[in-house]
Design a binder for this molecule. Structure first.
Ligand code: F0G
Length: 414
């Protein structure tokens, strides 16, 4: 299938084999473009994709990988979509759904993009890849690089990455580089390490447009699982790649005639790291970076999101919303989801639920709207946070009698 890279600012086109991450002419972000008219001649309807049942690779005709290339896949995608009736009732929204991306191989949505990205790296003959990360990208990249047999460098902001994620990068054998500074600085460093493709290291942060293509499949799956387009898709936003990717996929499905309606794209950030929310609120053309972002949701502790220009467009074009939530609201939402629905997610993911709660309260989401929250990462990613926010003391019992008395008391108050 024909595809190429196109700058979203100056529209200049580049060949698919050109190793460019941003536009050499204007430094704009790239997007992968396909000959969608050609695709529509081959794919009769979206049911065809659904029937294949191969996770993200069901959508091969609209992924930037040649037919002959074997995907580096660990069976990513195909994650569950839960109808959260109890939580929905509590919030006053009947049609609340959670797409649990924590059920991907490494426990986050990153696997969708990294599967495509590592496949691309191999196809381009790279034998080393790198990323800066708040944790999940590094876990995923380490896992897929191990499987592919290539070298992996991950740059992590010192002291700011949850232990579950670092340990994944360790066990899969990545080269872990601690950076003095935050994620935004680590990203600058890794970009400069990989500017010279001759050095042989392929950059797999979400500035890489091929990677984002894998992530757009989240939207396709939501549509197939629900049987219709929801009113709202709510996305916790950090570097702003995911919300941009999902929106791009929706536009492609619309062009192909597979859907008519479009959802509102809703971006949720934490109050201490909310440059996108500020830009939307103040109608800025560009975001103003936040120099010292801070939040308990370390995955989205990002002040200068690289994909902001795409995300701002996604929110505006879809008539969407951007909202910031407090850390306390994130923690409450994380507990509610775990205790009412049995869904364990990390703090960044719970931001989406906290956001929906506020949007319903202030009248921006109606009680009858179908709303899908993207739960981006698994609860086991950040066990330290769980222990810190679940302060119920663990009792030490020395004899059976006091243990029985305690259990009976608790049973009678259940
Ligand atoms: N939720 C989780 C759990 C994440 O790990 C991330 C990003 C996001 C949401 C935000 O997604 O960046 O596409 O807006 N984590 C990156 C990382 C930055 O390095 O793992 P985004």
């Amino acid at each position: 299938m024909a595809y190429w890279l196109q700058c979203i600012e100056c529209s200049r086109k580049y060949e698919k084999r050109d190793i460019v991450y941003t536009c050499p002419h204007c430094n704009g972000l790239f997007e992968v473009k396909y000959d969608l008219d050609e695709v529509s001649k081959i794919i009769a309807g979206h049911e065809e994709f659904k029937r294949r049942n191969q996770g993200i690779w069901s959508y091969r005709e609209i992924l930037p990988i040649e037919k002959e290339t074997n995907p580096i896949s660990l069976q990513e995608g195909g994650t569950p979509l839960y109808h959260c009736k109890k939580l929905g009732n509590e919030l006053g929204i009947k049609k609340l759904y959670v797409k649990h991306e924590g059920m991907n191989p490494s426990g986050s949505f990153k696997d969708r993009g990294i599967s495509v990205g590592v496949t691309k790296a191999i196809a381009l003959n790279f034998d080393a890849v790198a990323c800066a990360s708040t944790g999940n990208t590094s876990a995923s990249l380490a896992m897929y690089s191990a499987y592919a047999g290539i070298k992996c460098f991950v740059l992590l902001p010192e002291g700011a990455v949850a232990i579950g994620k670092v340990s994944q990068a360790m066990i899969h054998g990545a080269e872990i580089i601690k950076i003095k500074g935050n994620f935004d600085f680590a990203l600058e460093l890794v970009k400069s390490l990989t500017t010279d493709p001759e050095k042989g290291i392929y950059l797999l942060n979400s500035v890489n447009p091929f990677r984002l293509e894998g992530q757009k499949t989240i939207g396709f799956e939501i549509f197939e699982q629900l049987g219709e387009v929801p009113d709202n898709i709510v996305v916790p936003t950090g570097n702003a790649g995911n919300i941009s990717a999902i929106w791009k996929g929706i536009k492609e499905f619309k062009y192909l005639g597979f859907i008519e309606k479009i959802p509102r794209m809703i971006s949720i950030q934490s109050k201490g790291a909310s440059p996108i929310v500020r830009a939307i609120k103040n109608n800025y053309e560009k975001i103003q970076p936040i120099l010292a972002p801070e939040t308990i949701a370390t995955a989205i502790r990002i002040g200068n999101p690289v994909n902001a220009p795409k995300a701002l467009r996604a929110i505006k074009e879809s008539n969407g919303i951007a909202l910031a939530v407090y850390d306390e609201e994130i923690i409450q939402a994380q507990k509610d989801l775990a205790r009412l629905e049995g869904i364990g997610v990390e703090p960044a993911s719970a931001a989406s639920i906290a956001g929906v709660k506020n949007l319903f309260k202030n009248g921006q989401i109606d009680k009858d709207e179908k709303t899908v929250c993207i739960a981006t990462g698994h609860v086991l990613k950040d066990p330290d946070e769980i222990v810190a926010v679940c302060k119920e003391p663990m009792k030490l019992f020395e004899d059976e009698e006091s243990l029985r008395a305690f259990v009976e008391k608790r049973l009678s108050s259940f």
